[in-house]
Design a protein around this ligand. Structure first.
Ligand code: C2O
Ligand code: CU
Ligand code: CU
Length: 481
């Protein structure tokens, strides 16, 4: 029965897709360049934009204060005409905010849009009221002033809207920024950490455009929005000039739905040093990096073996992501340390029980544990400090765009225990807040809830989240009534 419905939907969606039919956004689409998905890899001659570091407006030691303005504007991305976009303190994307572990942080977020938004700190361990999920809506014209103490290891986190009904489109139009946490350990390792010089964020997204330069946001029966152009920090296939040194890249999959399979075109290896929630115990040498929506990874690429004038391509599924243009020699004493961090293992024997999460369906027909999100329903109750095992399964046999679901929990970091009974790969053994669950796979994670309040958990394909593949849990302190 169910399968038959899917089949009909599938055929319907295929027809829509093939016909280029698009109800949301009439108009002529821009034809993607032959370079995307073909062998002719050439950057667009646009330099990689680097998000500005946001200035701390509180001079006091141990305290930090930041002001974000949510704005609309236009951005030159493609062709002759600028694209109407959204951004934080700018027209597209947002700044990077550097926080230090132990710091007391005060944020001021002013919504200058003509519609509601929220700012969710993805990966940050804070109380529910500071999380910025759908319960912390910032009405048009209002300012939200959450405060929190940074109490987690060095990591690359990010922030984006989380309002019911408009999360996916607001992110698509450009709302996403970076939250970079440092701690004593991360500063002591001698890793490249000169922001914008040898420590560079790469926010990966994909977008389609109409002929007039405006975004072509297609919400059809596919599993979210899959688009023609890959953007890095808001630029299509840009280049970055690099010296012959080791560079650290903080890769953020900020796409609504697309997975990236990053490789250097010459198949050179690089090191992954961090996952979502912080440094791995040891660097993992690899030729490729799979990263699904919401996930982050820090990598180190050694450009010392290339010579001046060479161009190194970063690709995903044979499409060009960006190029590195090798510049003159410059000294580099960076050594990738053999040990990066101590990670406290959450003990399975201390878990109070196992919860199951079933991710099901495709397109708009998605459910989580057989139902759709309801803002007025708490799906799980959790006692503060408890350790739980979550068993996440997906029956994605009929999915059309993605081979699985990136599953994310707010307000905490977890550890992956197993994938289909197998030990997770070494780059998945660190702290995570988002885990990709492939079709027909079972992923077991272990998680501890250290903060009170209401938190979301959901598929980070934003169109799935919006279609209801989300639940909410409430963490309660039993000693406070
Ligand atoms: Cu990155 Cu619920 O979000
Ligand atoms: Cu989140
Ligand atoms: Cu999904």
């Amino acid at each position: 029965m169910m399968n038959k419905t899917y089949l009909i939907l599938l055929i319907f969606a295929l027809i829509l897709t093939l016909a280029g039919c698009n109800i949301m956004n009439p108009g002529e689409p821009q034809i993607p360049p032959s370079g995307v998905g073909s062998e002719s890899l050439n950057d667009t001659g646009q330099a990689l934009p680097i998000p500005a570091l946001l200035e701390d407006i509180n001079p006091e030691e141990g305290r930090a204060e930041y002001a974000l303005r949510v704005q609309s504007g236009t951005t030159q991305i493609i062709g002759e005409q600028p694209t109407p976009t959204l951004g934080y303190n700018g027209s597209y994307l947002g700044p990077a905010i550097k926080l230090t572990k132990g710091e007391e942080v005060q944020m001021h977020v002013t919504n200058e849009l003509g519609e509601a938004t929220s700012v969710h700190w993805h990966g940050l361990e804070v109380e529910g009221t500071a999380d910025g999920g759908p319960h912390q809506v910032i009405a048009a014209g209002e300012t939200w002033n959450p405060s929190f103490k940074v109490n987690q290891p060095a990591a690359t986190l990010w922030f984006h809207p989380h309002v019911i009904g408009t999360t996916a489109i607001q992110v698509y139009y450009g709302l996403a920024g970076l939250l970079l946490i440092e701690d004593e350990n991360s500063k002591s390792l001698g890793l490249p950490d000169d922001y914008g010089i040898n420590d560079i964020p790469l926010v990966l997204q994909d977008r389609s455009f109409n002929q007039d330069g405006s975004f072509l946001y297609v919400t059809n029966m596919m599993d979210g929005a899959f688009d023609d152009y890959i953007l890095v920090n808001g630029a299509i296939a840009p280049y970055l000039e690099v010296s012959q040194v080791k560079m650290r890249f903080r890769v953020v999959n900020g796409a609504n739905a697309r997975n990236f399979y990053l490789e250097l075109a010459d198949r050179s290896t690089f090191y992954q040093i961090a996952s979502d929630g912080g440094l791995l115990e040891a660097p993992v040498q690899t030729e490729s990096l799979f990263i699904s929506p919401g996930e982050r990874a820090e990598i180190i690429v050694d450009f010392s073996k290339y010579s001046e004038g060479e161009v190194v391509e970063l690709i995903s599924d044979n499409a060009l992501v960006m190029t590195f243009r090798i510049g003159g020699a410059s000294k580099d004493n960076t050594v990738v340390p053999e040990r990066l961090a101590e990670i406290e293992r959450l003990d399975e024997r201390l878990a109070i029980g196992t919860k199951t999460i079933e991710l099901d369906g495709m397109g708009h027909m998605v459910t989580l544990n057989g139902r759709k999100f309801d803002m007025h329903r708490i799906d799980d109750n959790v006692t503060l400090g408890d350790i739980e095992i979550w068993e996440i399964t997906t029956t994605g046999a009929m999915m059309m765009g993605s081979p699985g679901h990136p599953f994310h929990i707010h307000g905490t970091q977890f550890q992956i225990l197993s994938r289909d009974g197998q030990e997770p790969a070494s780059n998945e053994q660190g702290w995570k807040d988002t885990v990709f669950v492939r079709a027909n796979e079972t992923v077991r994670i272990i998680v501890r809830f250290n903060y009170e309040g209401v938190f979301m958990y959901h598929c980070h394909i934003l169109e799935h989240e919006e279609a209801g593949m989300m639940g909410q849990l409430e963490v309660v302190n039993p000693f406070v009534k």
